[in-house]
Ligand binder design. Structure first.
Ligand code: DSN
Length: 429
């Protein structure tokens, strides 16, 4: 498939001035268009979001907050940040929003800075059971600066062991309890976490980087009514620009704002803040709600197909946008499955599974998600086909050329960034 730039008259200028980088952009667009994107944390953001990102707002220094900046000339970008804050608050029903964090990791760093001192105790989900690096991994600041106690999933159900969470909380009296995960296919019971946090007098921090989009669209229950602080990213199922954000109660608003700026970050990326506002605006539309419900239905269809073909879903299924597959019965490592899928034009990632005997570079599992293919317009019927292609690619490396052909055939109808076949960006938007 030929790669055509999908937005902006400036692309010609880039091609003339810097053909090497222009070629990288075109090649990446070809890579996305020519393959199935099944990485659970990625999406295909809209041309409107792209336009905000590629704007002169990238030039503006705006340390501080709207109306309280440390630079002149901020009156225009102030409007973008106010709109982003206002839209985020209304979208999620939150008392306060900070839209400046550069990423989910920066949002977590700021949230911890607002609530903890170095050496304080926090309770969070073990990375190898689906948590995140910033939830206390020893190789991350969170594991170095705080006294981290980890909870995991039960061996049998492979779902969060809420009894263990409560026992650990009672024993260790953490100042913060973190819930939320990056490789957990089930819904999280925020009410139970709230109850445990209240019992031990801990702040409840919900890191819903993965699921915030599904919450925005109403496909799954929101963490906002339960958590004191909610950290999130804007580029996953939410389909906005790469970035982070924080929602919190009015009580914590000033602490969170001071933690983001000036404690953790200096100048906000105002083009990204404007793009976040665009994405929050898109997410308020009924069509986005439909999209998120379809993401979940598609994940279920894909998961059922994989399970029927002998790929065991961790925890027995999915209630979100992602599934975690245990590959041990197939005798294929996660790393090998990732390679075999790549050879067949399918992009996904290896992932540790709970109690994984293999190291993170190898793993016994793979993580598969549906935000991208759903944005491309695919439905449960296509996801069944995707499932059979994934199984074929993983089981038989020799089938790669045939799978690639079938992937291409599917993508002629559901091409990324093709206005003619891209319902998400239909002109009615
Ligand atoms: N890298 C993200 C993910 O893929 O889940 C988490 O930071």
């Amino acid at each position: 498939m030929g790669a055509q730039p999908y937005y902006g008259p400036d692309f010609g200028q880039l091609q003339r001035q810097d053909p090497d980088i222009a070629q990288v952009l075109l090649d990446e667009l070809s890579r996305v268009r020519d393959g199935l994107q099944l990485i659970a944390s990625e999406n295909l953001t809209s041309p409107a979001v792209m336009a905000a990102l590629g704007s002169t707002l990238t030039n503006k220094y705006a340390e501080g907050y709207p109306g309280r900046r440390y630079y002149g000339g901020c009156e225009v970008v102030d409007r973008a940040e106010r709109m982003a804050i206002d839209r985020a608050r209304r979208l999620f029903g939150a008392e306060h929003a900070n839209v400046q964090p550069h990423s989910g990791a920066s949002a977590n760093l700021a949230a911890y800075a607002a609530l903890l001192q170095p050496g304080d105790t926090m309770l969070a989900m073990e990375l190898s059971h689906g948590g995140h690096l910033t939830h206390g991994s020893r190789v991350n600041f969170s594991g170095k600066w705080f006294d981290v106690v980890s909870y995991g999933v039960r061996r049998g159900s492979e779902q969060i062991d809420y009894d263990e969470v409560r026992d650990l909380a009672l024993r260790h009296q953490p100042k913060v309890i973190v819930c939320g995960a990056t490789a957990y296919p089930r819904l999280i019971d925020f009410a139970v976490f709230r109850g445990i946090s209240d019992e031990v007098g801990a702040w409840l921090l919900a890191d819903v980087a993965h699921t915030i989009g599904l919450m925005a669209g109403g496909a799954i229950p929101s963490a906002v009514p339960y958590a004191d602080v909610v950290t999130f990213t804007t580029h996953k199922a939410l389909r906005g620009p790469r970035g982070g954000g924080i929602l919190c109660t009015a009580e914590l608003a000033a602490r969170i704002d001071r933690a983001v700026y000036p404690f953790v970050q200096a100048g906000p990326l105002m083009n990204v803040v404007a793009a976040k506002a665009v994405a929050f605006g898109e997410a308020r539309r009924p069509e986005f709600g439909e999209y998120t419900r379809r993401v979940v239905a598609n994940a279920r269809a894909l998961c059922d197909t994989l399970a029927a073909e002998g790929m065991r879903p961790v925890s027995g299924g999915t209630e979100t946008h992602l599934m975690l597959i245990d590959l041990r019965e197939l005798g294929v490592s996660g790393a090998e499955a990732e390679r075999r899928c790549a050879a067949a034009g399918i992009t996904l990632n290896r992932n540790v599974i709970p109690y994984d005997p293999e190291p993170a570079a190898v793993t016994s599992g793979m993580r598969v998600g549906t935000p991208c293919v759903t944005t491309q317009g695919m439905g449960p019927q296509e996801l069944k086909e995707v499932g059979t292609l994934v199984v074929r690619a993983v089981r038989d490396p020799g089938a790669a050329p045939e799978v690639r052909e079938r992937v291409s055939a599917l993508l002629t109808t559901f091409q990324a960034y093709d206005p003619a076949a891209f319902p998400a960006y239909d002109s009615k938007y």
